[in-house]
Design a protein around this ligand. Structure first.
Ligand code: SF4
Ligand code: SF4
Length: 112
């Protein structure tokens, strides 16, 4: 399940640079994928693009946005439940030039 940012967000910006997939954008900023720009998903709060979020699978042991958010508003989106395999495939698709090792507890929160 992709991570989402709730309306508790205080727009501090701490999460944006932590995302390994550039899935987090400031309010009102268009998001990009494969060179295409898309309308912002929020004009009021920082937002996460579900098509770019892997719950940090492939990169880190837990969701980095949630780890740094001072108000705990980066949470699992119950509308977007996804398997570890789906998220790992997305990570590979987002980083075509990168060699991913087999997942471990250090690169998937599913392995804790
Ligand atoms: S969970 Fe990870 S991949 Fe998803 S938005 Fe947060 S930092 Fe980015
Ligand atoms: S770290 Fe939390 S409060 Fe700060 S911009 Fe990101 S989601 Fe909003």
């Amino acid at each position: 399940m992709a991570t989402m940012i709730t309306e508790e967000c205080i727009n501090c910006g701490a999460c944006e640079p932590e995302c390994p997939n550039i899935a987090i954008y400031a309010p009102g900023v268009p998001w990009e994928l494969n060179g295409e720009k898309h309308d912002p998903l929020s004009n009021d709060f920082y937002y996460i693009v579900p098509e770019k979020c892997t719950e940090c699978v492939g990169h880190f042991e837990r969701e980095q946005c949630a780890a740094v958010c001072p108000v705990d508003c980066c949470v699992p989106d119950p509308q977007r439940v996804e398997t570890e395999e789906e998220l790992f495939q997305r990570a590979k698709a987002l980083h075509p030039g990168k060699e991913f090792a087999e997942l471990t507890p250090e690169t998937s929160h599913f392995r804790k």
